[in-house]
Design a protein around this ligand. Structure first.
Ligand code: DQA
Length: 142
């Protein structure tokens, strides 16, 4: 079973980007962790990143059409703005798990609204890279 791990804008800069908030691990480091853990629990992961909203919409459709077991989605700032992502999640059968490195509820007011969270199966936030690993465990049990 395959789990898509989709990452939105600015997450390509992870490791250098506001390390006091997001830490020093890069997205490649997180991909390595996830691949190791996926192997242990009998899953495979397809990890992607884009700065473009429509790519994330297309990949959600692709995950659904391809029969993915789940999608782990860190939509970055699109979390707080994108009705298109909200609607894409609603439109597909594959369960979507929202993840964040930081806990948006502890941060600025504009991060408290999540259009992704309104449509997702559930949310894991605030645990740094571990958020992704926890989401993979959740995906395995769905
Ligand atoms: C983030 C939180 C978002 O508010 C922010 O725009 C990001 C990263 C996180 O993983 O903590 O880009 O999704």
């Amino acid at each position: 079973p395959i789990v898509y791990v989709l990452n939105g804008p600015n997450l390509n800069l992870l490791g250098m980007r506001e390390p006091e908030i997001y830490g020093h691990e890069t997205l490649d480091d997180i991909a390595d962790r996830l691949e190791d853990h996926a192997r242990e629990i009998g899953l495979s992961v397809d990890m992607r990143q884009s700065n473009h909203e429509g790519h994330l919409v297309d990949w959600l459709h692709e995950a659904n059409a391809g029969g993915a077991k789940a999608v782990i989605l860190n939509a970055g700032a699109f979390t707080h703005t994108s009705i298109a992502l909200h609607d894409a999640i609603k439109a597909i059968a594959v369960p979507v798990i929202e993840v964040h490195l930081s806990n948006p509820h502890k941060r600025e007011e504009f991060r408290h609204q999540s259009f992704v969270g309104r449509a997702a199966k559930g949310t894991i936030a605030g645990f740094g890279p571990l958020s992704y690993v926890l989401a993979l465990d959740a995906a395995a049990k769905l």
